[in-house]
Design a protein around this ligand. Structure first.
Ligand SMILES: *Cc1c(COP(=O)(O)O)cnc(C)c1O
Length: 364
């Protein structure tokens, strides 16, 4: 059985380091907002190339708190790609703001050439989602933001360490949001997230907001929330971060082999935008006509795959109230019917990948 993702393998790669860090934190007697979080925040900011990092409880929290702190609320519009993960849209709508969807381009991320036509007097921000481990066109997005005086939030949940134009994603907009959900590049062993920013005032607001709006215990400045990265996850993330470049380059090697060895005219391999690289959070192929047949065929051979994502947010039941219908975002909807993520995980063996490649090449 070859699973689409196998989290046990990435644990096994550095098991003894994780185990000794977990014991160290458990025995320390300090579990919330201590030294591990403080050190991790410094190390993550340094790795990404931002001045500040604030650890939070999840990627969704990073997103909705970003819009809250940027004072984006009902009556405001936020531009986001149509093929986003549902959390991106929830981060906007939890603040009462309205998502305005832009179709993806051939690189599976937001088509920056289609943003300007969606900008209205109500537009306050662009949420740039770097899907699948590769960047949006941040040059175009930042120049539009400047022209129309918009905030930019980057969703880097799937993009831990990859670059646009030589700089890591998360460093272009006002705020970069990360999730440390276990399957993400630098995944934790439970939930976690953070934001990065170069703006000291924004970083300070997140620090206060995540802890009930409190800077000094029992003194509450604003109505905040409870969204703290815990010491155990922060400690484990510190261990993983020391290996993140190795983990990313291992996935790049797996991707290289898929590029070289998958030869099947029914399958369209991923395209990387010039100016971007990829950390291969997912290896997403397009199968324009026979996607569901391929899933079934691979399943019969004990090979798992995942669709990221089968139902675009605008067609999900949760967002019926937006009033969008099937056919409103034809490219997004087409992609939902043809994308397929092939098995891709740290610790995948050469033999396992051979089985996947041979099966795909034999599919007709
Ligand atoms: C995983 C993910 C999120 C949400 O992160 P959680 O930590 O699960 O809340 C947001 N956006 C994208 C693009 C994601 O992949």
């Amino acid at each position: 059985m070859i699973m689409a993702n196998n989290l046990k393998r990435q644990f096994d790669l550095y098991a003894s380091e994780y185990e000794s860090k977990a014991l160290e934190v458990l025995r320390s007697g300090w579990y919330i907002l201590g030294n591990e979080v403080k050190e991790f925040e410094k190390e993550w900011a340094n790795y990404i190339g931002s001045k500040y990092c604030v650890g939070l409880a999840s990627g969704l929290d990073a997103l909705w708190m970003s819009f809250r702190i940027l004072d984006i609320h009902d009556g405001d519009e936020v531009i986001v790609c149509g093929n986003a993960y549902i959390a991106c849209v929830m981060g906007i709508t939890m603040n009462g703001a309205t998502p305005i969807f832009v179709e993806p381009d051939e690189y599976d991320n937001m088509d920056a050439n289609k943003i300007e036509e969606k900008i209205t007097k109500k537009t306050k921000a662009i949420l740039a989602v770097h899907l699948y481990g590769t960047a949006c066109d941040m040059t175009k997005i930042m120049s539009l933001a400047k022209k129309y005086n918009l905030k930019v939030v980057e969703d880097c949940a799937q993009s831990h360490g990859n670059h646009w134009d030589g700089k890591r994603v998360g460093t272009f907009g006002d705020i970069g949001c990360f999730s440390f959900y276990p399957s993400k590049g630098c995944g934790a062993f439970g939930d976690g997230g953070c934001i990065v920013t170069d703006n000291e005032d924004l970083a300070d607001k997140f620090r206060v907001y995540r802890n009930y709006g409190s800077r000094v215990r029992y003194e509450n400045e604003v109505v905040g929330t409870n969204s703290r990265l815990d010491e155990l996850q922060a400690g484990l993330l510190r261990v993983k971060l020391t290996h993140l470049d190795e983990l990313n380059s291992e996935r790049c090697k797996l991707a290289d082999r898929y590029f070289i060895e998958i030869k099947n005219p029914l399958i369209v391999l991923p395209k990387i935008r010039p100016g971007a690289d990829s950390t291969w959070h997912q290896f997403v192929v397009h199968v324009p006509n026979r996607r569901d047949d391929l899933i079934k065929y691979l399943k019969e051979r004990d090979i798992g795959t995942i669709i990221h994502y089968p139902i675009p947010p605008h067609l999900s039941k949760a967002y019926e109230y937006l009033g969008l219908k099937k056919g409103d975002l034809p490219i997004t909807e087409k992609y939902a019917n043809e994308v397929l993520s092939l098995p891709m995980y740290n610790g995948m063996t050469y033999e396992e990948q051979t089985i996947v490649i041979n099966a795909i090449n034999d599919f007709e």
